[in-house]
Design a binder for this molecule. Structure first.
Ligand SMILES: Nc1ncnc2c1ncn2[C@@H]1O[C@H](COP(=O)(O)OS(=O)(=O)O)[C@@H](OP(=O)(O)O)[C@H]1O
Ligand SMILES: Nc1ncnc2c1ncn2[C@@H]1O[C@H](COP(=O)(O)OP(=O)(O)O)[C@@H](O)[C@H]1O
Length: 207
């Protein structure tokens, strides 16, 4: 009798067409590009830009954006520590499926807790988890404030806002760090270039 989680009598079903066949078909290697950082740090902007650049090179990628997933898959979750952990766990599992499908899955979530991001990394075989840290100062994110959420958080109208009255734990060993140079943020194209060059160098863009 096999037991997994809360289920019993379940057995893994292996398909004759596997990850290698799909990767060969797509001429790329499945992986997860996990973008983490404060609200307003540029996660979605980077995700869109990488997606576009890969598309122009004939490579298939798909974005899992935290904000968007909270409209569906994760609509029953709030921003408590427990719910953020569950949010990241679910997205990690979905990202793993996309990578197994042979796609370059771009996950873009605040993902404030190191242990949650590490748990997603541990789900992926052969170090196919590329953690990208949007290392932008809180002051910059707050000055951008495109949704007006920092303003509400400062006014006490949103409780538990990341960076204001809720923690963000920066990565210790990320694959890619995006940061300002001489006080200037790289352009979206330059940020995407950093990620796409990494994927190219590590052999993800060919089978
Ligand atoms: N309390 C609180 N803290 C942080 N963010 C908040 C909060 N309430 C709402 N929002 C909005 O939700 C977006 C973050 O969702 P995520 O799923 O990425 O968050 S998390 O990874 O579970 O921490 C985040 O989107 P981004 O600005 O794109 O990061 C916010 O718009
Ligand atoms: N590299 C960049 N240069 C200039 N502005 C940027 C850059 N990246 C993001 N922005 C702007 O900052 C704001 C927040 O970006 P966004 O991608 O929505 O962040 P996040 O997804 O982390 O909340 C947006 O108004 C966006 O246009």
């Amino acid at each position: 009798m096999a037991t997994v989680g809360n289920s019993t009598n379940i057995f893994w079903q292996e398909s004759p067409i596997g990850r290698l066949e799909r990767q060969k078909l797509l001429n790329q290697k499945g992986c997860v590009v996990w973008i983490t950082g404060l609200s307003g740090s540029g996660k979605s902007t980077l995700a869109f830009s990488v997606n576009k650049e890969l598309y122009s090179r004939g490579k298939l990628s798909y974005i899992l954006d935290g904000d968007n997933l909270r409209h569906g898959l994760n609509k029953n979750l709030c921003f408590s520590a427990e719910d953020r952990t569950e949010n990241i766990r679910r997205v990690g599992e979905v990202a793993k499926l996309f990578a197994d499908a042979g796609l370059i899955c771009i996950a873009s979530l605040i993902s404030p807790y190191r242990k949650d991001r590490d748990a997603c990394r541990a789900m992926l075989p052969d170090s196919n988890f590329i953690e990208v840290f949007m290392n932008m100062p809180l002051e910059l994110c707050e000055a951008r404030d495109p949704k007006g959420l920092y303003k509400l958080a400062r006014a006490g109208k949103i409780k538990g806002f990341t960076g204001i009255d809720d923690p963000y734990e920066p990565p210790l060993n990320c694959e890619i760090e995006i940061k300002q140079k001489d006080g200037v943020c790289p352009t979206p194209n330059a940020m995407a270039g950093q990620v796409v060059s990494y994927l190219e160098e590590e052999g993800y863009l060919h089978f």
